[in-house]
Write a protein that binds this ligand. Sequence first.
Ligand code: PGA
Length: 247
Amino acid sequence: MKKLVAGNWKMNGSLAANAALLDALRVHLTKPVACDVALCVPAPYLAQVQALVQGSGMVLGAQDVSAYESGAYTGEFSAAMLQDFGVRYAIVGHSERRQFHQETDALVAIKAQRALAAGITPIVCVGETLAEREAGLTFEVVKRQLAAVVHLNGHCISEIVLAYEPVWAIGTGKTASPQEAQAVHLVLRQQLQAASERADRVRIVYGGSMNAANAASLLAEHDIDGGLIGGASLKAPDFLAIVQAAQ
Ligand code: PGA
């Protein structure tokens, strides 16, 4: 299966910084590359980055999408609006949105549904906190988070990308070991298999302090089909090294 490397810029960037980063990436990612590469950028920069990825081996992604279709929802942006900018992927249920914006499993499932209906691939994030891991609840938590998405989107669940992002590994420099991550990916794979005959085509990517040094060993695991990259996606050499490791 073709791996996916998705950069999650989070709330970083500026017109000037984005242009410089894209200049550096385009030099190496002009031709179709042997893995899929997406850049999930802040919404105000979608138009800028849409233009800059034209003709490159990279596609555009967003970091969220509204659970509503349209109307009086100040500050929100819809799946149809993302479609207008050629967005191919939308992260939903990132732990920072679950934590700082009180997003529930049910809301995340609706967001995934909105993206799918617009032909945008949702990158559905699941992951346990440190307290949950230490309490031995890792599998229970990620299965509950995925179950809500499967419940609402069962018929097209094979169209999603799933991201396992242990919360304790995000932005901390602490990475799950390849074996720890693989164990969770396998549990998630089995849950998808129970829901869909086409579960084997779902890419389950890992996120949480993935970097140039650890990417190859994580990506070598059987059920790790790519990465969701935060901090390292803002530095061209680091992001390119991860893309290289995924090919
Ligand atoms: P990180 O972030 O690579 O900076 O840990 C990953 C993410 O939150 O998607």
